[in-house]
Design a binder for this molecule. Structure first.
Ligand code: EPU
Length: 333
């Protein structure tokens, strides 16, 4: 079924809780509905959203917002699972843990939906969603046909995919994940996870519970404080730039990770904290006190301009102190 609404308030459709409208809002609940939609006659621009958990609406949206409510979870042979794009990603994680299937447990409690997870290649605690994706199914708006992509064809990288650059063309309908009954715990990312290593009865459910506890401790609950998770990406820089950061840090140890090919990943949270932003407020916008990579709608009444002003101030001070220009993780609309 397809539903259409006009002048729709999007406050409940974006986790930053920006009070904006869109001209047209279209929701559909079956893959076949995509054949019925006339993309040419839709008010432009057209934007397909998921849970709205990685978006910053910077103003009223003058076109059409599309949203999938395709929400099946279907078991296939060999512990493969087909999941509709509109399924809440954490509902899929909970389902897998309950079935005793390994794969998405480290990605538990990330807000958002399955289709958007496959577009963004969401990641946490040493796992990216590409690691468990087998095939992505999509509707090709240009050719008016359904297509499938093997994971190797999706151009996945750190918070990157070819879908990010082909949003006007492909709408993800469902994703097939390759899960496993064999224990495959990934516990190296944090101390709390590493402490599970000695548990001979470890289940995906126990890993999931630990991940949820870590996230609840560090990150704001989107139901209580508006945010879109990590606002910036962790910069990946050359050895030369890293050494300049070490110099600028003047004796403070710089956390860093090997990013391959001689490149170094530096946590943006650390750069932002070093610039004194952790826990600070700027009007109705703020920097989360336990994880400064997360900008928040501190009062619940923040205007897009206030978030953008804070973003610009943070970017300017990190550039001034460390010479690094932070890239946004959150998509601006
Ligand atoms: N750090 C600080 N100060 C802080 C917090 C962190 O200096 O207040 C430094 C520490 O060195 C810490 C490092 O940042 O070791 C990494 O912190 P954390 O483990 O919290 O992860 P992150 O790199 O900041 C990424 C993802 C998160 C994901 C976590 C956990 C990105 C942009 N963000 O954050 O994803 O939950 O790892 O794996 O890659 C999201 O994308 O919305 C998101 C929340």
């Amino acid at each position: 079924m397809i539903t259409k609404e006009y002048s729709k308030d999007l406050t409940g459709k974006n986790t930053f809780r920006m009070q904006v409208n869109c001209r047209t809002f279209i929701e559909y609940d079956s893959v076949a509905d995509l054949f019925e939609l006339d993309f040419e006659e839709m008010l432009k621009p057209v934007k397909h959203i998921g849970g709205g958990s990685n978006l910053l609406f910077t103003q009223d949206f003058k076109g059409t917002i599309l949203h999938s409510k395709v929400d099946f979870i279907e078991k296939l042979p060999h512990d493969h699972v087909s999941v509709g794009a509109g399924v809440i990603f954490d509902d899929f994680c909970a389902w897998a843990a309950q079935e005793g299937l390994w794969g998405p447990e480290n990605l538990s409690y990330i807000p958002g939906e399955v289709g958007a997870a496959a577009v963004q290649n969401i990641g946490a605690y040493g796992v990216e969603v590409k690691d468990i994706i087998k095939t992505v199914y999509a509707y090709d708006i240009e050719e008016e046909e359904f297509v499938r992509f093997d994971v190797s064809e999706c151009g996945y990288g750190y918070r990157e995919s070819m879908f990010k650059h082909a949003k006007d063309r492909y709408i993800i309908t469902h994703v097939v994940f390759a899960l496993s009954r064999e224990p495959k715990p990934k516990l190296d990312y944090s101390k709390a996870l590493a402490s599970l290593k000695d548990d001979p009865q470890l289940t995906p459910g126990k890993v999931r519970d630990t991940v949820i506890a870590i996230r609840k401790e560090k990150l704001p609950e989107v139901s209580q404080v508006g945010s879109a998770g990590s606002f910036f990406k962790n910069p990946v820089v050359s050895q030369e730039v890293y050494e300049a950061v070490v110099k600028a840090a003047a004796g403070v140890e710089v956390p860093h990770y090997d990013a391959g090919e001689g490149m170094v990943k530096i946590p943006a949270a650390w750069l932002i904290e070093q610039c004194g932003w952790k826990g600070r407020r700027s009007g109705n916008a703020g920097v989360w006190e336990k994880q400064p990579l997360v900008l928040v709608n501190a009062s619940g009444r923040a205007l897009p301009e206030e978030i953008i002003a804070l973003e610009n101030k943070i970017r300017a001070s990190v550039k001034q102190k460390f010479g690094i220009i932070l890239d946004c993780e959150v998509e601006h609309l």
